[in-house]
Design a protein around this ligand. Structure first.
Ligand code: J2J
Length: 526
């Protein structure tokens, strides 16, 4: 039967009944997504090349291994793995036993990982051995978990390769169980966890695959972190598996990594953030690989300029699709048969006919059609609450369950949305999300810092760069950027959150109600 997770906010009964009756929610669970011909190549990663039969076997052996280790249905496991076979096998094995992966990014460090372990009360942490100079194992030894499992050189810790046993009957997760926890971009001091049920995430990936035309002929190149919602399930890795296609993992979006893989594997689809797409638009002029197999480039995570979107077909020889998505749920896609101007100038329209969209003003009233306002949404794959965050939920959702996205949009008569800006206190640095408050709190811990305010400054490639304004304590020396980055690194903060620029000031400009005016701050250095 269903196991309601404490701290999880379910959909109200009438919505559940409707989403089931109208066919949005079925009985399928995430462990059943491998639906390719047994002999077909499912996954290419580094030197690995696994058929559907082989990947299925690896996943069921790892599932049995996790059970033997002592993990059970309902447990949480923080997973922090790069784009490797280990990620795919670990993800499939955990969802098959009904233990929910908490998907951290490889870039996260001790500050983020410790918090995720604590918040989720994870029983296990699965990591790689190293990331360049950084040793995940050393960090792992200090985490509050029962099991540390390492993909690679495990030293005296448990090797992922040893999490392997003859397949056994698995406990069956209920479709209404939480299948996976995704990370929110964050707007507050601490990031939030997004519970995704098996049935809502299965709908997410299946409906996305249909809109994006995924078939068994799809060869999908993964250049974003596999743990990110976009690359995982929009339609992503799981959308490919559900349709019997082939997933090719690239270690990065750099043309040096990606273009040779496109050529060798004849990749047909890729999902990118704007900085990667811009890099590719340049790189085609000097790289000599044959990337003519590419049919579709999905671009999302941050706004992709219409002028650049227009260049994609000629430069890269493929269609472009804009994707405005969020780990919280709602996905907007331009459609493959949309007229050119909509594809170039909008960020797409909602995936599902059951997605409810409102565009509201500061008082929560619907704006006139075509006017800009905050996007609110509710639907069969959009969360009703962050995990274990009742106070935050009271602010992030309307009383009738709409999620307040914090995004400012304009809606066209066709339903397509244009992202015009943002209301939330977050920096979108080329698709990486940084909570201003979280970074400010880290900066405030520096002994020379009296006060701190973080803003995004416009940047032609990244969209935004992070600028930290500091008020330095009397008699203290102003910390330099290098020193501040070292300080943040020592605190275990992920490097993508480091400020790109530091400015000092004597006082922060204030709004009429006394809040720091980030607009005025940003304008001051333009
Ligand atoms: C402007 N802002 C965008 C876009 C996301 C697919 C694609 C992206 C994400 C993602 C995702 C944007 N133009 N095209 O999960 O499945 C900003 C908005 C949004 C926030 C969500 C997916 N696409 N954004 O980016 O959870 O501000 O998901 O609310 O990381 O990114 O961030 P995230």
């Amino acid at each position: 039967g269903s196991m309601s997770t404490e701290g999880f906010v379910p959909w109200p009964d009438d919505f559940e009944a409707r989403y089931k009756a109208e066919g949005f929610w079925g009985d399928r669970v995430l462990g059943d997504v491998l639906r390719g011909d047994p002999g077909k190549t499912a996954l290419v990663a580094g030197a690995d090349r696994l058929t559907y039969a082989e990947l299925d076997d690896r996943a069921s052996r790892a599932a049995a291994g996790f059970l033997r280790l002592g993990l059970r249905r309902g447990d949480r496991v923080v997973v922090q793995l790069p784009n490797t076979t280990g990620f795919v096998v670990t993800f499939l094995a955990l969802v098959r036993i009904g233990a929910a992966p908490v998907l951290a990014l490889p870039a996260h460090r001790e500050s983020e990982i410790r918090y995720l372990c604590e918040l989720s009360e994870a029983r296990a942490y699965v990591c790689a051995d190293r990331d360049g100079d950084f040793d995940y194992r050393a960090m792992a030894r200090t985490l509050p978990v029962e099991y540390v499992i390492v993909d690679g050189d495990a030293q005296d810790l448990t090797a992922l390769s040893s999490v392997d046993a003859d397949p056994v009957d698995l406990p069956q997760p209920d479709p209404s169980d939480v299948g996976v926890f995704l990370l929110s971009g964050g707007t507050t001091g601490l990031p939030k966890l997004i519970p995704r049920t098996h049935r809502d995430y299965v709908y997410n990936l299946e409906a996305s695959a249909e809109v994006c035309g995924f078939t068994s002929a799809t060869v999908y190149l993964v250049v974003l972190p596999a743990a990110h919602n976009f690359a995982l399930a929009c339609p992503g890795i799981l959308g490919v598996f559900a349709n019997g296609g082939t997933v090719v993992l690239s270690p990065s979006g750099s043309p040096d990594d990606a273009f040779p893989l496109i050529e060798r594997e004849r990749a047909t689809v890729c999902a990118a953030v704007p900085p990667i797409a811009l890099l590719w638009l340049d790189a085609v002029t000097w790289q000599d690989e044959d990337i003519s197999s590419l049919e579709l480039l999905q671009v999302g995570g941050a706004k992709f300029a219409a002028e650049r979107a227009a260049e994609v077909p000629d430069a890269l020889g493929c269609q472009v699709q804009q994707v405005f998505g969020m780990a919280e749920g709602l996905l907007n896609y331009t459609r493959l048969d949309d007229p050119r101007d909509l594809v170039e100038q909008t960020q797409g329209r909602p995936l599902s006919p059951a997605d409810e969209i409102r565009v509201v003003d500061a008082d929560g009233e619907d704006v006139a059609p075509g006017e800009t306002g905050e996007l609110l949404t509710r639907g069969p794959y959009t969360l009703r609450g962050y995990y274990r965050a009742p106070e935050h939920n009271a602010r992030s959702f309307t009383p009738d369950g709409f999620y307040r996205t914090g995004d400012l949009v304009r809606r066209l008569p066709s339903g397509h949305l244009i992202v015009e800006g943002r209301e939330k206190d977050q920096i979108n640095r080329g698709g990486d999300k940084i909570s201003a408050e979280e970074l400010e709190n880290h900066l405030l811990a520096h002994p020379a810092v009296h006060d701190a305010a973080v803003v995004g400054l416009p940047d032609p490639v990244m969209g935004e760069r992070t600028c930290a304004f500091l008020i330095v304590r009397d008699g203290e020396k102003t910390p330099g950027l290098r020193e501040m980055k070292d300080f943040l690194r020592a605190r275990g903060v992920a490097a993508y959150k480091f400020p790109d620029r530091l400015e000092t000031t004597d006082a922060f400009p204030r709004t009429p109600v006394g809040k720091i005016s980030k607009k005025a701050l940003a304008a001051a250095v333009r």
